[in-house]
Design a protein around this ligand. Structure first.
Ligand code: M6R
Length: 613
């Protein structure tokens, strides 16, 4: 949540900051701003609205400095207006000693604000961040080195932060710090960057140093210095970003969401690459860091995640139970971390997160590890906090996901969970023949997802109808129940139409009361053992004149007879059907939002990476 970018070098900073903020805008888009040091004074430009508004502001009121920090905000404390936009300046009697941008929440800001106000610091905003700026200003008054001043401020802050700042007396020098909210240094030739996500610096350098919790950094055009707030100087490790900068370009697609939906054949290929072992009818997942013997001891699996990742985990529950005969519980990470659920030493805890930075999921990981459980993570973002803190895990290799509505990450998570279920199954009762069939199914998934994408014209026709609705039900059974939940989440997130997902069998226990000619039901109904029962449920909705959209096989005549629209997917082995069935539902949400004129990649009130509780 919130995007941070900083630059110091020989270039004019403002265009670099604006370009970086554009790439980070998916992390928050309430307001945007920047600060830079010019002739010993801090220049501030900030305004409510998108990065484009900041760009226009800079056009008629330019800043020529070659250093600066920028921010795009997702409001937590104080409305999304000009005053609360970051950066925030600190200093006594209107002096601008320091300008700060912040991602996270300072939980003790109210007490710190009272303390600073009593000492004569005047506050302008309602944000928690402004206390950091004034605390810094107070420390700088002592005349110490800015990094020393920052290291004295950090222990006063409770909560989470990724911070970046410039000080009036040190043009060309940036400061940064992190605790629970990501910050990287981009390492260039004669220039350096700070960013909350490497995406911001990818066009300039592939070399990044990830800060760890408790670390602060001083960055100049020539070098950078990292210090831990308790342990002193740290030798930074430079990592290389393994994706190309154009991975975050639209590449001719109207929206990132559409691009990412269409990338899903490649997503499935990349998630399975090098991990399918046909000769053993199994999967190879080296990153788990667990021996076959340790995995065989597992008697129960707990999966913890949020949002779309939680839905993927639910597919994982069905797959692991089916292939490995292990009991699985799927927990909301935000609940798991504060519950005192029993975990014994034969329980395997796995957290799932696309971003690897979700605060609730990170909290679940830390709670599980605190209790002494080796905890694994299924993560997309390489080098993210969850990836680094887990005891082992599996990367999704889905590439950067920019659309706020998660799509390809879901597919990658489902594919990885299928690999895990296969691996756990082959260590137990799953025969070679059964395992080999799963390997073949996963191997065929990319081509079949490509077929499912051909449903788009049928989806567009159905979308016209759904766009008129005020409320939509999504129904599916067995492996398709989580797919129905995901279809409902996608629709509500980007089109703002109320949508609920249920197991099809639950409909008659309550939701059927909602059915009328204005309330469509979307059934996920490929052929399978429960298909006849699903057809009966569709009949029940039809008897009540409810419009019906179905995801199913093109040659399913019974389904076609009962449905107003069929969104066709190809026939496929059951274990990979969720990967196919979700595609038309993602496209349906996309086209409904397009018809309604919604801001598809930046839906209201949301942000890509939820780094606050
Ligand atoms: O990055 P994560 O997978 O941890 O994110 C979890 C949720 O915040 C995320 O899936 C959210 O629900 C998306 N907006 C769904 O489209």
């Amino acid at each position: 949540m919130c995007g941070i970018v900083g630059y110091t070098g020989a270039k004019e900073a403002a265009p670099v900051l604006v370009a970086g903020l554009r790439r980070l805008e998916y992390r928050g888009y309430d307001s945007a701003g920047m600060a830079a040091v010019e002739a010993g004074s801090i220049e501030l430009r900030k305004q409510a609205g998108r990065v484009q508004v900041l760009e226009e502001l800079l056009r008629w009121d330019p800043v020529a400095a070659t250093n600066g920090v920028g921010h795009t905000r997702w409001a937590t404390h104080g409305r999304a207006d000009d005053v609360n936009a970051h950066p925030h300046v600190g200093g006594r009697e209107g002096r601008r000693s320091v300008a700060v941008v912040h991602n996270g929440v300072i939980e003790n800001y109210a007490a710190l604000r009272r303390e600073l106000e009593a000492e004569g610091f005047a506050f302008r905003s309602q944000t928690d961040t402004e206390v950091v700026a004034h605390l810094m200003a107070r420390e700088l008054e002592r005349g110490d080195e800015p990094l020393d001043a920052l290291l004295r401020v950090l222990p006063r802050l409770e909560g989470t932060y990724g911070l970046a700042m410039v000080t009036a007396d040190r043009p060309g020098e940036l400061l940064g710090a992190r605790l629970g909210s990501p910050l990287v240094v981009g390492v260039g030739e004669g220039e350096h960057f700070l960013a909350s996500d490497p995406v911001a610096v990818a066009p300039y350098t592939a070399n990044v140093a990830y800060l760890q919790d408790g670390e602060a950094v001083r960055v100049t055009p020539r070098d950078f210095e990292v210090r831990h707030r308790e342990r002193g100087p740290i030798a930074p490790r430079i990592d290389r970003i393994d994706w190309k900068p154009d991975a975050v370009e639209l590449g001719g697609h109207a929206h990132y969401m559409l691009k990412e939906i269409r990338e899903q054949p490649d997503t499935a290929t990349n998630a399975c690459r090098g991990r399918l072992v046909r000769a053993e009818g199994s999967a190879r997942l080296g990153g788990l860091n667990m021996t076959a013997r340790q995995l065989r001891r597992v008697r129960r699996v707990v999966l913890a995640a949020c949002g779309t990742s939680w839905h993927a985990a639910l597919v994982g529950e069905y797959l692991i139970e089916r292939l490995a005969h292990l009991p699985v519980e799927v927990e909301y990470a935000g609940e798991f971390r504060y519950r005192n659920g029993p975990l014994d030493d034969r329980t395997l805890v796995i957290v799932l997160s696309q971003s690897g930075e979700t605060a609730d999921t990170l909290g679940a990981l830390r709670e599980s590890r605190r209790r002494g459980h080796p905890t694994l993570a299924i993560v997309n973002t390489v080098g993210s906090t969850i990836a680094r803190e887990a005891d082992g895990g599996v990367y999704l290799h889905a590439g950067p996901e920019i659309g706020v509505a998660s799509t390809k990450a879901f597919s990658a998570q489902v594919a990885v969970l299928a690999l895990l279920a296969l691996h756990l199954g082959r260590l137990r009762q799953l025969s070679f023949t059964e395992g080999a069939a799963v390997v073949d199914a996963l191997g065929s998934a990319p081509a079949l997802i490509g077929e499912a994408l051909k449903a788009e014209p049928a989806v567009e026709a159905a979308a016209d109808r759904i766009a008129q609705a005020r409320s939509v039900l999504f129904l599916g059974r067995d492996l398709h129940y989580p797919v129905a939940l995901e279809g409902a989440l996608k629709l509500k997130e980007i089109s703002y139409i109320h949508a609920e997902g249920y197991p099809t069998s639950e409909m008659k226990h309550g939701p059927i009361a909602l059915i009328d000619p204005q309330t469509p039901s979307v059934f996920v109904a490929p052929r399978g053992p429960l298909h006849a029962k699903t057809l009966s449920n569709i009949e029940e909705v039809r008897a009540r004149r409810g419009p019906i959209v179905s995801v199913g096989l093109a040659d399913d005549e019974d389904l076609a007879r009962l449905s107003d629209h069929v969104l066709p997917i190809p026939d496929a082995p059951e274990v990979i059907q969720p990967l196919l069935a979700v595609v038309p539902l993602q496209l349906l949400a996309y086209h409904v939002a397009r018809i309604k004129g919604c801001d598809i990649d930046k839906p209201r009130n949301l942000a890509k990476s939820v780094t606050v509780e």
